[in-house]
Write a protein that binds this ligand. Structure first.
Ligand SMILES: [Fe+2]
Length: 171
C-alpha cells in the first residue's frame, strides 16, 4: 500500500491538474520544509504533519478563484481546510493529524499565530519559494528575513538563496 504522504502528493497533483505553476509550488515548498525539518531535528510526528501541510497548504486557491475571483492569503486560509479535510480523511489520516494539518492550512499566512515548529517551518519554506516565484527585490527580502525567519537552517537557506549573489556576498 502507498504510504499516506505519497498518496497525498499524488492526490494534490490530480487536484491541481492543468496548473503546473501550483504543482511546482507545493512540490518545492514540501522539499524545503523537509530539509529544514530534518536539519532542525523535528520528531517524526511533527515532520509528518509538516510534510502533509506543505503539500496541501495552498489548496484553497482554486476554490477562491472559482467562488470569489480571488486567491489572496486570507481567502486561501478560509477555504483551504474544507478542501483539505475530505482529501486527508479519504486517505486515512488520523483525526488529530487532520486537525493539525487543517489548522496549519488555515494559518499559514498568519505569522502572528505561529505556535510551533511545524507552523514556523511551513511559513519559512513557503516564503523561500514565494520570494523566487514573485521576483522580490533585495529590500523586501531583507525585511521578510528579519520579520519571519527563526530556524537556523531556514535563515541559512534564505541567505544562500537571496543574499549571497554571484557578484559577491552581500550581508
Ligand atoms: Fe504557498
Amino acid at each position: 500500500m502507498m504510504d499516506k504522504l505519497t498518496a497525498l502528493c499524488k492526490a494534490m497533483i490530480t487536484y491541481d491538474k492543468g496548473d503546473p505553476r501550483r504543482i511546482h509550488h507545493f512540490l518545492k515548498v514540501h522539499a524545503f520544509a523537509v530539509q529544514i525539518g530534518r536539519e532542525e531535528g523535528l520528531d517524526e510526528r511533527t515532520l509528518f504533519r509538516l510534510e502533509a501541510a506543505a503539500y496541501v497548504h495552498d489548496i484553497g486557491i482554486h476554490e477562491g478563484e472559482r467562488r470569489f475571483g480571488r486567491n489572496d492569503g486570507q481567502i486561501q486560509q478560509e477555504l483551504g481546510p474544507d478542501e483539505a479535510r475530505p482529501m486527508l480523511e479519504s486517505l486515512g489520516f488520523d483525526r488529530d493529524d487532520v486537525e493539525r494539518i487543517c489548522w496549519l492550512v488555515a494559518h499559514h499566512h498568519s505569522y502572528g499565530s505561529i505556535d510551533g515548529p511545524d507552523a514556523q517551518i511551513l511559513a519559512e519554506a513557503d516564503m523561500l519559494v514565494n520570494q523566487y516565484e514573485d521576483g522580490a527585490p533585495l529590500k523586501q527580502n531583507e525585511a521578510l528575513y528579519h520579520r519571519l525567519y527563526k530556524t537556523e537552517s531556514g535563515k541559512r537557506m534564505f541567505q544562500e538563496l537571496y543574499f549571497d549573489t554571484y557578484e559577491g556576498i552581500k550581508k
